[in-house]
Design a protein around this ligand. Structure first.
Ligand SMILES: Nc1ncnc2c1ncn2[C@@H]1O[C@H](COP(=O)(O)OP(=O)(O)O)[C@@H](O)[C@H]1O
Ligand SMILES: [Mg+2]
Length: 264
C-alpha cells in the first residue's frame, strides 16, 4: 500500500458499559478509495467521530498525514487537510445549491464564517470560491442543479451536494458517512463512479462508510474494511472480501436480501 494518510491504531470507544469500537486498526493509503462496511450499529460512525475529533477515544491512536491526531480538536484535524460528511445530511434548505457550496461545512465554522458567507461575491476571493463551486458541480456531473433550492432536492441529490460541499476545502482525505444510504440505485452508482474518478484524477484519499456489503463489492473501491460488532472482521480487496468465509457467513446472505428495499 502507498504511504498511509490515515492510520487508526487499536482505536477503542466505550459508552458507559457499551464497547462501540473495540481495538480497531486499519490504514488508508494516499490516493486510495476505501470502503468501511458493516451492519447498522457496528461502530462505523463512532469510528469516524473519533477520527475527526468529535469524540475522544477511550484508548488507541489516530494518525492523520503522519501526525498524531488522537487529542486534536476537529478544527485542528481539519486544518491538516481532512474533511468529513455526516450520516444525516443537513443543507441550508432556503439557499440554492451553489450557495450551499459557498458555506463552510459545520466542522469548519470559524468565528467569521457569517462574514464569509454573506460578503458580496464580487470580491476576488469570493469570485474564486464561486468558480470552484461550479467546477465541483461539474465534477459531480450536476452543473444544472446550481440554482435549485436545496429544499427541492431529493435525498440522493442532497447527498451529492453535501459531498460537493465537503470538496470545497480541497481535502486530501475525505471521510464520507453513508453518502448513498437511501439513495436510489442508479444515483448511488453514479456517486461512487464520480468519487472513483475524482480519486484517480486528483490523488486524494477517500474512506466511505456503507452498510450494504453486496452493493460496495461492485463499486470499484480499492479495499474494504469490514466491521462487525465493533471489531474488524477483515481488511482486503473486494475479491478477497467476496471469498472470505467469515464475511460470507456474517453478511452476504443478509445484504442480498436488503437489495431493492432502499427508499429514494
Ligand atoms: N453518543 C453515543 N452515546 C451512547 N451510545 C452511542 C453513541 N453513539 C453511538 N452509540 C452506540 O454505539 C454503537 C455503534 O453506533 P454507530 O457507530 O453509530 O454505528 P454505525 O454507524 O455502524 O451504525 C451503537 O450501539 C450505538 O447505539
Ligand atoms: Mg452510522
Amino acid at each position: 500500500m502507498s504511504e498511509p494518510v490515515l492510520k487508526v491504531d487499536n482505536l477503542r470507544k466505550e459508552f458507559g458499559g457499551l464497547i462501540a469500537v473495540k481495538d480497531v486498526s486499519f490504514e488508508v493509503g494516499k490516493g486510495e478509495f476505501v470502503g468501511l462496511i458493516g451492519p447498522n450499529g457496528c461502530g462505523k460512525s463512532t469510528t469516524f467521530n473519533c477520527i475527526s475529533g468529535l469524540l475522544q477515544q477511550t484508548s488507541g491512536k489516530v494518525e492523520v498525514f503522519g501526525k498524531d491526531a488522537s487529542n486534536m480538536q476537529p478544527d485542528e484535524i481539519q486544518n491538516l487537510g481532512f474533511t468529513r460528511t455526516f450520516q444525516h445530511t443537513r443543507l441550508w434548505r432556503e439557499m440554492t445549491v451553489i450557495e450551499n457550496l459557498m458555506v463552510p461545512p459545520r466542522q469548519q465554522f470559524s468565528p467569521n464564517f457569517l462574514q464569509a458567507v454573506f460578503q458580496p461575491f464580487s470580491r476576488p476571493a469570493e469570485t474564486q470560491r464561486l468558480q470552484k463551486a461550479y467546477e465541483i458541480l461539474d465534477q459531480l456531473e450536476v452543473p444544472h442543479m446550481a440554482h435549485n433550492m436545496a429544499s427541492e432536492l431529493s435525498g440522493g441529490q442532497s447527498k451529492l451536494v453535501d459531498i460537493g460541499r465537503s470538496m470545497m476545502g480541497d481535502p486530501e482525505l475525505l471521510l464520507l458517512d453513508e453518502p448513498v444510504a437511501g439513495v436510489a440505485g442508479p444515483l448511488a452508482m453514479k456517486i461512487f463512479n464520480n468519487l472513483r474518478r475524482i480519486v484517480d484524477e486528483t490523488g486524494i484519499s477517500v474512506l466511505i462508510i456503507e452498510h450494504n456489503m453486496d452493493f460496495i463489492l461492485r463499486q470499484g473501491v480499492d479495499r474494504i474494511v469490514v466491521m462487525n460488532e465493533g471489531e474488524i472482521l477483515m481488511v482486503g480487496t473486494p475479491d478477497e472480501v467476496r471469498s472470505n468465509r467469515a464475511v460470507i457467513e456474517a453478511y452476504l446472505g443478509a445484504a442480498g436480501e436488503e437489495e431493492g428495499g432502499e427508499e429514494e
